[in-house]
Design a protein around this ligand. Sequence first.
Ligand code: SF4
Length: 344
Amino acid sequence: MFSNSELVFAQHYPFSSSAKQVLKKQAFELNQTPEGVIGRAALMLSAAAKGKSYVQEHLVHSPDLLVQEIQAFPIAKILVSAIDRPDLWDRFAELVANNTFFYLTNAKNRRETLLELASDLKVKFELHNSELFLVRIPVDSFLQAGFKEDFMKLVNQPIEKGLVFLPENDFARFLSEMAREKTRDSLPVALPSIPKNLVEVARQLKEQLVHRQKKAFSFALAGKLDPNAFPPCIAKIYANLLEGKNVGHAARFNVATFLVAIGFAPGQIVELFKKTPNFNEKVTRYQVERIAGRGKARYAPSSCAKIRSYNLCLAHCPVSHPLQFYERELKKTSPQKTNSVVQK
Ligand code: SF4
């Protein structure tokens, strides 16, 4: 049997080998997944879709609830794979990274927990154990984390003889990013035959997700253009902007050129960027107006091939340009509007 602290570790880090050991001992047939486990998995995914936290600290004294939560993780992965939305796979991996960082930085025996998780994930490290730094890790291991924040980029790290020196907090960040990568790489899971009840839960979750995005879209839209008809690549960037998430340069450029092409005014696009971190109205307005042409030639929106080269493509739509997708969708709902809305 597992001790309470082993179960807590497995619940906090459900992607770990320790969690896999628990799952092996507590296995069940997929078609006999307990309702409670399905419910926890659905809550996890719902939190991921909303970008909310899913920290469950109250479970620590109940082995049954801890096991239920550990079992919910692979079920959540099956459900999210059945939903077949790569943007949700990203969000699920993000939830796992955020949880990992929370649990690591709040652990009672923080140093021991960090080292235990690093060993569990087979991360190469040397103990430094000074006041400033906890570990040194090889540069190639550090790069596996794929940090996006400037302050975590390799160029901003202390390095000596091919080893990166990390204090406790940065080692927690590194392990959280490893958790994100590990989770994201494992999705989608192979789905041989999913029991009907899980298919139904996946369907309901997908409906909620679509409904939520539609609500966000109609709130922002004022009824003239139709973001519900956006192709998946643009819809995801648009939703992230509405939620105030940090969106990369290529994504900003592509969404702006697309929106200009379908008739958004530069002012509307600037409004859309307003919630993003480090928003600078003057710079944004200048860039958007340049994209919109300012009386000269405007930037053309990218083709699917170009969007794919930026790694922003999310589906295999039967089109070669996102504008084609948009027009096709508009035709389905409002055939007479199509030609007047898309400005070529
Ligand atoms: S196939 Fe084209 S329209 Fe569809 S998500 Fe990819 S880039 Fe966008």
